[in-house]
Design a protein around this ligand. Sequence first.
Ligand code: ZN
Length: 307
Amino acid sequence: MLKQIKGLHHVTSLASGAQSNNDFFTNVLGLRRVKKTVNFDAPDVYHLYYGDEHGTPGSVMTYFPFPHAARGRPGAGEVGTTSFAIPKGAIPQWVERLSSLGVDGLDTDTRFGESRLLFNGPDGDGFALVETDDGRAPWAGVSEDAAIRGFHSAAMRLASADASAELLKFMGYDEIGRDGDVTRFAVPEGNGADVIDIEAVPGASHAQQGAGSVHHIAFAVENRARQLEVREALKDTGYQVTPVIDRDYFWAIYFRTPGGVLFEVATNEPGFDRDEDTAHLGEALKLPAQHAHLREKLERILEPIGG
Ligand code: ZN
């Protein structure tokens, strides 16, 4: 069993518009845009990153906005709900805030004894705010007694849960409980974004990816040495893992899980301040060296993002 994985690093989803996406995560949820760059594999599409002040691993929600992309169709084989941690007692403030800003899908429930506020993102993305005791510092986009501390968890909807449960255990997660059709896993000594849920949806049709769908979830490892250990162990277990890829702000490997969800393992190094001061994170369009020659064209074709 692996010991190198320390919780979620980031969650990456698809959107239909850059401005609406930016407004939702900064103005509505109060996160900070910590990087404005492009999809390194398709540079005519943005890659926008939102998180806490530094873009600390475990707090970073990222998007590929494809202009006018059709919405995804929810189903099995995807992350259905991405949850953020908020302080205990903060749900009423968030209900008022989200309803006054026209956010839809608001609903409250309790899962594993924690109060939860469900809501939809701008493309129907499935999100929740979960009340927890959490020592992580918030980005002060909303009042500090309510602000998001980072991810709480990601919940995968799977037609068949067993193989993915085994994989999570191999990755260092412990099964910590069951609540109806949901099995909860947590990684010990994680970064705060420690929980993965598996929702069993036997017989559900396969999800169709589009705007509002999660593209992949990334797990955090401290550094490149730990990442190579994880890569070797996954390969030895029979997973097809990509080579290590330089994403400028972290190093990445990817592999497809038995339930259909794409997993990434990303390093905490070097971080989002490698090419911008912390005070100005996310302001300028940053391009990786291999796409620097495209700047003039990209600045012309990418949707301008104001505010
Ligand atoms: Zn990623």
